[in-house]
Design a binder for this molecule. Structure first.
Ligand code: NDP
Length: 260
């Protein structure tokens, strides 16, 4: 599909999970040198094992919590040392939240905003010199259909993902003079560990396959999405073919938003 990724460098935050890993793999398969990050723990260990078991030469898995300024500064130093410039940044790391108003916790709200929103600014500002050094760079942030339509009990997650819609447009103006494009990819239901964890919270007794069929029926395309569906949209936006596209959003939701 996209061409011209050979010799390019990319950083995918939250690359240890479903969408991030698929995106990192797509970039790697297209010839880019890719670094991913995740917090210390099982996810990072599994990603490192997958990299070494599958001989994914050139792929780097960094330990970094995107809500920590110190971690992001250290990741930036490593990227500087290893890559020297950054052609592609994918702000993918995110956490879900199901918080009802009668149990509102400012700490939880702050955490959701830190990971889903503040991190985008933190990471971009940290790697800005590297993006500038690429002379023509592209950023994609992963939003959500919840930036537009939603269900009850999701107000903190919705606040975070809606914020990314406005932030993307404003950042497009700030970054354009440096020849850096930024766009948002907003998925509907995608089969990843996050979705499965969410179902376990909302419907602990239900069979995941039944929930998957029900969720699929809500999407005009007749199924829920795969991480690869999202990665395809990211690959288009970070490719040279999208060179005149900035400050906009692609919904990868199987048409779900058309229904509501
Ligand atoms: P996963 O849970 O599979 O992956 C989430 C990723 O984010 C993991 O790699 C996780 O890494 C990382 N992460 C979470 N918190 C932090 C942190 N503080 N610092 C660094 N990394 C962190 O979920 P998805 O792949 O589904 O989610 C990816 C993105 O897609 C998120 O932004 C999510 O909101 C969005 N999205 C997902 C949808 C879905 O249906 N799946 C729908 C719409 C949007 P680790 O745990 O190893 O630290």
């Amino acid at each position: 599909m996209s061409s011209g990724f050979a010799g390019k460098t990319a950083f995918v935050t939250g690359g240890t999970g479903g969408i991030g890993w698929s995106t990192a793999l797509a970039l790697h398969d297209a010839g880019a040198r890719v670094a991913i990050c995740g917090r210390a723990g099982d996810g990072l260990e599994r990603a490192r094992a997958r990299i070494s078991d599958n001989g994914l030469a050139g792929m780097l898995a960094l330990e970094a919590d995107v809500s920590s300024q110190t971690d992001i500064a250290r990741a930036g130093e490593i990227l500087q040392e290893r890559f020297g410039h950054l052609d592609i940044l994918v702000n993918n790391a995110g956490i879900d939240s199901f918080q009802r108003l009668d149990a509102f916790s400012p700490e939880r709200f702050g955490k959701v905003m830190d990971v889903n929103v503040t991190s985008v600014f933190l990471v971009i500002s940290q790697v800005l010199p590297l993006l500038r050094a690429a002379r023509s760079a592209s950023i994609v942030t992963i939003g959500s259909i919840h930036g537009h339509i939603t269900t009850a009990g999701r107000s903190d997650y919705v606040a975070s993902k809606s914020a990314l819609v406005g932030a993307t447009r404003a950042l497009a103006l700030d970054l354009a003079p440096d020849r850096i494009r930024i766009n948002l990819v907003s998925p509907g239901a995608i089969e990843t560990p996050m979705l499965l964890r969410g179902w376990a919270v909302k419907a602990p007794d239900a069979d995941p396959e039944t929930l998957k069929a029900k969720a699929g029926a809500l999407h005009p395309c007749g199924r829920i999405g795969t991480p690869e569906d999202v990665a395809s949209a990211v690959m288009f936006l970070v490719g040279d073919e999208a060179g005149f596209i900035t400050g906009t959003e692609i919904l990868v939701d199987g048409g779900m938003s058309c229904r509501l």
